[in-house]
Write a protein that binds this ligand. Structure first.
Ligand code: F6P
Length: 326
């Protein structure tokens, strides 16, 4: 390992995601193992600007691996988008003697990190922490597995009442502009149809399939709707379907339930691997890169690619979802 650091900082930013705490723990313990002091920046970029920065010990990150949310708290900072805000943040980092930062968050977090390090020459390493799974350079993001398990748990429960009442449910899941949560939770819960931002799903096709299913007496009571899909909200789609069919429709928006809860083992392991690798990446002289996992191997992706390249959906998964729902 070629580069020496004596003080680094770690923070979480943007929407919280289950597993962020496991990543913080891994960063802190790996850094301390290499005789590096670690500071926690509280409330993301907001806390960086305000100087809400405290030293973290090995013990400070004990008993957090199983907790959802983020013990470092988080924020979406408007001030950090300004040159003045970033200059204030740089002053605070310099005051604390911080030589590099590890940022855990999504696309907005990486965009802020890249801008900041270009202006203030402090190296950043990014870890993909978002339930949306929409970051190029990692097959999975921290929090995604927990979020889809929560969504599937909710959908399974809704299915009980949907079946009992012969109702057609439209369940809206999160994901912002990405359909990963919808695709995976839809496949795992056996949804009859999945509305995604990445693909067109004409309403006529759904109605046609509903009518055919009714003729065959096939049970069709679950449609999973990604919040960013092209046909509108689950409420809007359900209203249109109700107006054109005999189905009694209901809508459930799972919402922020998907962001909470104890991380799954998979998210804890992923977060640990990424946190551990982030410290090693810094020591190997990397800067302004995101650490991910691709095909079970650690992958290092320049921020510019992680931020701007779209993460393609697997076409075969999309096709499979359609075939299995027939
Ligand atoms: O990016 C994570 C996410 O949960 C998205 O899926 C969702 O669109 C958004 O954040 C909600 O943001 P907020 O918590 O600020 O309402």
């Amino acid at each position: 390992m070629s580069t020496k650091y004596s003080k680094i900082a770690v923070f979480t930013s943007g929407g919280d995601a289950p597993g962020m705490n496991a990543a913080v723990r891994a960063v802190v313990r790996t850094a301390i193992y290499h005789d590096i002091e670690v500071y926690g920046i509280y409330r993301g970029y907001e806390g960086m600007i305000d100087g809400d920065i405290k030293k973290l010990t090995k013990g400070a990150v004990g008993n957090i691996i199983h907790r959802g949310g983020t013990v470092l708290r988080t924020a979406r900072s408007e001030e950090f988008r300004t040159v003045e805000g970033r200059a204030e943040a740089a002053k605070q980092l310099k005051k604390h003697g911080i030589e590099a930062c590890i940022a855990i968050g999504g696309n907005g977090t990486f965009t802020g990190a890249l801008k900041f390090s270009e202006e203030h020459q402090i190296p950043f390493i990014g870890l993909p922490g978002t339930i949306d799974n929409d970051i190029y350079g990692s097959d999975y993001t921290i929090g995604f597995d927990t979020a889809i398990n929560t969504a599937v748990d909710c959908i399974d429960k809704i299915r009980d009442t949907a079946y009992s009442h012969s109702r057609l449910f439209f369940v809206e899941v999160m994901g912002r502009h990405a359909g990963y949560i919808a695709l995976y939770s839809g496949i795992a819960s056996g949804a009859g149809s999945i509305f995604l931002p990445e693909t067109e799903t004409p309403l006529d096709d759904l109605i046609d399939r509903l009518n055919k299913a009714a003729k065959r007496k096939k049970l069709f009571n679950m449609v999973v709707v990604a919040e960013g899909n092209q046909n509108g909200t689950a409420e809007e789609i359900a209203a249109k379907v109700a107006a054109r069919t005999n189905h009694e429709t209901r809508v459930t928006i799972i919402g922020h339930l998907q962001r909470g809860g104890s991380p799954t083992a998979q998210d804890r392991v992923l977060a640990s691997q990424l946190g551990y690798s982030a410290v090693h990446a810094l020591l190997n002289g990397e800067k302004n890169v995101a650490i991910g996992i691709v095909n079970d191997e650690i992958a290092i992706t320049p921020f510019n690619d992680a931020i701007y390249k779209a993460k393609p959906m697997n076409d075969d998964m999309l096709r499979m979802a359609e075939i299995l729902a027939l």
